[in-house]
Design a protein around this ligand. Structure first.
Ligand SMILES: *[C@@H]1O[C@H](CO)[C@@H](O)[C@H](O)[C@H]1NC(C)=O
Ligand SMILES: *[C@@H]1O[C@H](CO)[C@@H](O)[C@H](O)[C@H]1NC(C)=O
Ligand SMILES: *[C@@H]1O[C@H](CO)[C@@H](O)[C@H](O)[C@H]1NC(C)=O
Length: 854
């Protein structure tokens, strides 16, 4: 097994999705994207494995790009067999820790950028020569139906050839799958047939595994063609408008009627023509409006309102889209030009008044859907320019009668104002990116809302049976989309539900559903949580005061409970800090003396060559780029107090074991930790770890595991992850975490037995009052080395160390680092303090002997 002796320090990032960047010497030898979609809910895992082929340490970047609508749910790094898991924390808490880490000079590779469809963050970790690192990222997303299809895209950009590259998508849709497509923007004709695609009835499968040669941009080239979006699209069978799925006390209702006649629509375009739109923007707007005019149906009504400093209208009222009127409109659109400042209030209010008047005077069809689409690139500065006041006026004038869609062109807009105003009025806001395809973006948005089929849809469920219902009333239903409502049964065992669907001009339906016979874990529950959080966050945008606080609290609570990285939470990952050895591994400047990395390290004698020179305790002193080590020689059976923090209530004690039989030749017997006891007094938690088993005692409740288990246990105040036969990671409350490594020796070894190693993570979370053989070194320590001179062993010089006002004779020793080379290890130098750490530790070592593990 590996014996990593990395000291560990906190490291944080806030991030989203995928692709891996390569630094010289780093080989990504495997990259897998595994996607499981069940009932539109996608669970994606990206695993990337890299090895440092160079002969010095290197930084590996995990550069991720994630759909904006996705939430990360897990992340971990595994370095040389030790896994460092991520945990989800409240953003403010995580941020404070992050800032603290940064102020301490620890590297925290954080890059945040937002693209059109994706969010990108970068994370890096320094790994040693010949070391391997595995990144594993999980994210989840509810796929939305648009234009008759569900679409999922995966950003692919490995930036180098990858020996083992694979995308695998498995879809399970209880309704049945009717079509399935997969394409990549980077896929050439040669690559097309590498995409394997099959589907039958409820299951769909896609795999894409290009060989190294197939990844090359040309024969013998080392550049990769894999750079772009990989998109999967599919649709489900619909024998009825409704599909209701009930699993484990949760339900989700998908509603998408087909074969309804399209409703005529009444569209008011409110267009900003202020000076800032001049040039390309106004030209793209004209271009988009002309295309949109081609799509307007004869039954539709429409009009244009333009606002610069003044407000102009094309016609005084809404006009029917007859061919003649459309022709006239085209002429008008071609003539649109910029003028003056931004009287947004005047423009939008004129539009609303016009639509209201049209309804009042029955100018438009009674059975029709009205929408207002506003496009602006600036901020209101003529007429009423106070955005809050505009919001109030608009809300009052619309009264929930029509959705307002706000399109923000470019980056000069007050997008949050546009978003709030749209959400308050049952619409949504969209950014139009100022690129060459801006006209297409505008037109694309229009396409989404151009085919209303129903208005004022309400899906009702028996109130006494359901709780925690997501949004269940919708202004419009557009062709090719889908309405999704999820909820929880009050009675967990209920397996049927009656639904009442109402829609303006749709006949009322009243249906009963029975639970279906398929099993897919907690998908429906997570889908419900995802949808609930998404809607709470959206509501929060337009909310104020106590309502906003309540929405925030609820969304935060669910994000933490279901482990979603949302705008309110962050993923916190503990990054192993570089070990300070003389190979220059830690070449980053480390400032300040308060970064204190501690490591308790017990060695298997089967790897050791000398007995008395082998330290058990190593204390790394970063500002010296050096380490101190010492041994505690006590008899097997002795229990040592390692950490004791009266403030957080955490104690860690370790019991020593010896070899299978005493070595009569040795002056000092080898000892190891054979049992560790970690307790949190405040939480009434006790964890006992031996090389055989792991026992948790929570009050009077006892739970046991063995090292053959793979476990992730999360309960109040405790997170425990057991990585089978390797290590376990334990966090208690918001305090420090520990990694316990299992060292297994050869079963038939005549002398040695299995033992444990302990690592402390985030030791800065323990209080100032922390003490113990190990805990006392969580506070800064400094030392000076003087008079290096030959010692009794010619290879190991002695020196005088000044530490804690004591003058000690120390010996240059070596500590083996087994991470790079698990068999032979690599020598890491340290100053060895003799006599059980006398002069270095507070008091004498026997002060730390306690009567029992707890
Ligand atoms: C997170 O990922 C790690 C590494 O694969 C895994 O061991 C752990 O179980 C995952 N946690 C959750 C909550 O799924
Ligand atoms: C690729 O490399 C091999 C070996 O160096 C060489 O024989 C071959 O001609 C090269 N092919 C191309 C297309 O350059
Ligand atoms: C916020 O939550 C509290 C406590 O649940 C409740 O009493 C209060 O009415 C809520 N306020 C609003 C505005 O929803």
């Amino acid at each position: 097994d590996t014996q990593g002796n990395t000291a560990l320090a906190p490291f944080f990032f806030f991030f989203s999705f995928f692709n891996l960047q390569v630094v010289n010497g780093i080989e990504i030898y495997s990259m897998k994207i595994d996607s499981k979609i069940t009932s539109r809910f996608a669970h994606n895992v990206i695993t990337s494995r890299a090895v440092n082929r160079g002969n010095v340490h290197k930084e590996v970047f995990f550069d991720v790009e994630l759909p904006k609508t996705a939430f990360i749910t897990n992340f971990s790094m595994t370095i040389d067999g030790v896994t460092y898991p991520g945990t989800i924390k409240e953003k403010e808490v995580a941020k404070k820790q992050y800032e603290k880490a940064v102020s301490k000079g620890q590297t925290a590779g954080l890059v945040k950028a937002s693209g059109r469809k994706t969010e990108k963050f970068t994370v890096s970790v320094n790994i040693e020569a010949a070391s391997k690192v595995t990144f594993e990222l999980t994210y989840e997303e509810l796929l939305k139906r648009q234009f008759g299809k569900y679409e999922m895209f995966i950003k692919v950009k490995p930036k180098q050839l990858v020996k083992d590259f694979e995308i695998e998508v498995n879809i399970f849709e209880p309704q049945g799958i009717t079509e399935l497509e997969a394409e990549g923007t980077f896929i050439t004709n040669d690559l097309q047939n590498i995409i394997k695609k099959t589907f039958s009835d409820k299951k769909g499968h896609i795999s894409f595994r290009p060989t190294l040669d197939q990844q090359r941009t040309c024969a013998n080239c080392s550049q990769s063609v894999l750079d772009g979006d990989f998109t999967v699209r599919y649709d489900v069978k619909r024998t009825a408008p409704d599909d209701l799925q009930i699993v484990n006390g949760y339900f989700v209702h998908f509603f998408a009627p087909t074969n309804l006649p399209k409703l005529p629509k009444n569209v008011i375009f409110v267009i900003d023509i202020s000076g800032s739109m001049s040039g390309r923007e106004i030209q793209q707007t004209r271009e988009a409006l002309l295309k949109i005019l081609d799509d307007i149906k004869e039954d539709d009504f429409f009009n244009f309102i333009l606002f610069g400093s003044e407000v102009q209208t094309w016609k005084e009222t809404l006009i029917k889209a007859t061919p003649e009127n459309l022709d006239e409109a085209r002429k008008f659109v071609r003539g649109i030009d910029t003028a003056g400042m931004t009287n947004l209030h005047g423009g939008i209010m004129r539009g609303i008044d016009m639509l209201n008047a049209a309804h009042e005077r029955n100018l438009v069809h009674k059975r029709s859907a009205s929408i207002i689409i506003m496009l602006t690139d600036g901020q209101p500065n003529v007429g009423i320019s106070n955005t809050q006041e505009i919001q109030e006026h608009v809300k009052k004038a619309i009264e929930g009668k029509y959705p307002l869609y706000n399109l923000g062109f470019g980056y000069g807009v007050d997008y949050s104002f546009l978003e709030k105003m749209a959400l308050e009025n049952k619409g949504l806001a969209r950014r139009i990116y100022p690129d060459s395809d801006a006209a297409l973006q505008l037109q694309g948005f229009y396409d989404e809302v151009s085919n209303p089929m129903l208005t004022d849809i309400e899906l009702n469920y028996p109130e006494n049976e359901i709780s925690d219902l997501t949004k269940n009333s919708f202004k419009h239903f557009y062709d090719g989309s889908e309405i999704v409502v999820a909820g929880r049964f009050i009675d967990n065992n209920q397996n049927h539900l009656t639904v009442d669907v109402r829609g303006e001009d749709a006949q009322q339906t009243d249906k009963a559903f029975q639970e279906q016979e398929y099993i897919f874990g907690d998908y429906i529950e997570r889908l419900w949580a995802y949808l609930t959080i998404e809607q709470l966050l959206e509501k929060r945008i337009a909310a104020t005061g106590e309502e906003k606080e309540n929405l925030t609290a609820k969304a935060l609570d669910l994000s933490l409970k279901y482990k979603f990285v949302t705008p309110l939470t962050s993923m916190v990952v503990t990054k192993p800090e570089d070990y300070n050895n003389q190979d220059g591994i830690a070449d980053k400047p480390i400032e300040g003396i308060d970064i204190f990395k501690i490591l308790l390290y017990l060695r298997s004698q089967s790897f050791a060559f000398t007995v008395d020179g082998d330290p058990h305790f190593i204390i790394s002193v970063p500002q010296k780029e050096d380490a101190i080590c010492f041994n505690i020689n006590e008899n097997p059976g002795a229990v040592l107090n390692l950490i004791n923090d009266p403030v957080t209530g955490i104690t860690v004690n370790g019991e020593l074991i010896g070899d299978k039989r005493a070595n009569s030749d040795a002056k000092i017997q080898n000892t190891y930790f054979g049992k560790l006891g970690i307790a949190n007094k405040h939480l009434d938690l006790k964890l006992t770890v031996t090389p055989e088993k792991i026992t948790i005692q929570n009050g009077n409740e006892k739970t046991g595991f063995t090292w053959l288990d793979s476990v992730t246990l999360q309960q109040e105040g405790l997170t425990l992850i057991i990585n089978r036969k390797k290590n376990l990671v334990l966090s208690m409350g918001s305090s420090a975490s520990f990694v316990i490594v299992l060292h297994q020796v050869w079963k038939k070894h005549p002398l040695h037995q299995d033992f444990l190693g302990l690592y402390t993570l985030e030791s800065d979370k323990l209080s100032e009052q922390t003490h113990g053989l190990l805990g006392q070194f969580f506070h800064p320590i400094d030392f000076t080395i003087l008079e290096i001179h030959p010692g009794s062993d010619p290879k190991k010089p002695d020196a005088t160390m000044i530490v804690k006002n004591n003058e000690l004779t120390v010996t240059r020793g070596w500590q083996k680092d087994y991470r790079r080379d698990p068999k032979h290890g690599v020598d890491i130098p340290c100053w060895f303090v003799h006599n059980n750490g006398a002069g270095l530790i507070d008091g004498v070592h026997t002060d730390y002997i306690v009567s029992s593990l707890f």
